[in-house]
Design a protein around this ligand. Structure first.
Ligand SMILES: Nc1ncnc2c1ncn2[C@@H]1O[C@H](COP(=O)(O)OP(=O)(O)OP(=O)(O)O)[C@@H](O)[C@H]1O
Ligand SMILES: [Mg+2]
Length: 318
């Protein structure tokens, strides 16, 4: 396995281009010169507008389609190498299974594909149904499942072979807030176990919260990549949390155009101009107030995404 200073590389794309035939002689350029790597033990986020090439990237990593040019390596092998498949779990966008099966039968089927014995399958299915909160519905045919229930079973199926690399295409789509929270916790738990997670998602707040590194795609091109921290630039806004703030100080800070809010008995000032922070702190202290914390706020991933896509040129809706 190749190593860099950042760690062991699990997935590597080098100058990948993917064109699809349109069916009437032309081609659609889905990926254009895409290069990035995913390291072992990280949660990697791939984000981008609709049609930017996320699912295409996943399909290439899974060896479901061929690149037009460029190189893809998964665990230092070709994605078409059979030995690699055993180490990968995949949750497609809107999973579809044989809907006459129930959850027990479906998971048993996938367990058999991976060569697990009957007792191993039984144990694993119990664990997985518990993990995705679907024990109650194990005997219900899949055709009667709701969208979120299907998504949960899809996740159990993706985990059946205890994969080292988990590829998830919109895993929380259609899942209720508690289920979505559970899935995020599960991703964090799997990372703790040393698993690598490749997450495609439109939920940028979640990506910001749980991902280590992120690539932003637009029209098939990488327009930003880096750790979440690297991507989020500091803003001019500074938050000062203080106690025992006098009326005089309130008035003074409000006149500077800061917003004021109370939080757990503390006063939170949000200054729009970072440069005014030293004088505000000095004023609070000179009026016998106590400064609890000073934080320069950063952009959100959503801010970065919108800015980057606008700069790169969003497709026109006509
Ligand atoms: N099988 C296909 N044949 C022709 N064009 C395709 C095919 N699959 C995808 N495309 C095109 O490739 C581009 C990238 O599609 P892709 O599904 O990878 O985007 P995505 O980022 O996953 O989008 P979304 O956020 O909507 O899921 C789009 O222009 C799409 O129309
Ligand atoms: Mg997609």
């Amino acid at each position: 396995m190749s190593n860099t200073s950042a760690g062991e590389v699990v997935v590597e794309l080098r100058n990948v281009r993917k064109e699809y035939p349109t069916g009437w002689g032309g081609t659609i350029l889905a990926l254009d010169d895409v290069s990035f790597e995913v390291y072992r033990g990280e949660i990697f986020g791939l984000v981008g507008p609709n049609g930017s090439g996320k699912t295409t990237t996943l399909k290439l990593i899974l060896g479901l389609i061929f690149p037009t040019s460029g190189e893809i390596k998964v665990f230092d092998s070709s994605p078409f190498d059979i030995s690699v498949k055993n180490k990968i779990g995949f949750l497609p966008d809107g999973p579809y299974f044989y809907d006459f099966l129930n959850a027990d039968e479906l998971l048993d089927f996938y367990g058999r594909l991976f060569g697990y014995s009957k007792s191993e399958r039984k144990e694993r299915i119990e664990q997985l149904l518990d993990l995705v909160g679907m024990k109650r519905f194990r005997k219900m045919p899949l055709r009667n499942y709701s969208k979120g229930m299907m998504q949960r079973i899809g996740l159990a199926q993706a985990l059946i072979n205890d994969p080292d690399l988990l590829l998830l295409d919109e895993p929380t789509t259609g899942i209720d807030p508690i289920g979505a929270h559970d899935i995020k916790q599960l991703m964090l738990k799997l990372r703790e176990q040393g698993k690598t997670i490749f997450l495609c998602s439109h939920l940028l707040a979640d990506v910001q919260m749980i991902c280590d590194r992120v690539v932003i795609l637009n029209l098939g091109r990488v327009i930003r990549k880096g750790t979440v921290k690297e991507l989020l630039e500091p803003t001019a806004v500074t938050e000062i949390v203080a106690r025992e703030v006098s009326e005089e100080v309130f008035k003074y800070v409000s006149e500077l155009g800061a917003t004021v809010e109370r939080r757990d008995g503390d006063v939170v000032f949000r200054l729009l101009d970072h440069d005014r922070a030293p004088e505000v702190i000095e004023t609070i202290r000179s009026h016998n107030g106590h400064v609890v914390s000073i934080t320069r706020l950063t952009e959100t991933l959503e801010d970065v995404f919108i800015k980057a896509v606008k700069e790169a040129g969003a497709p026109q809706i006509t």
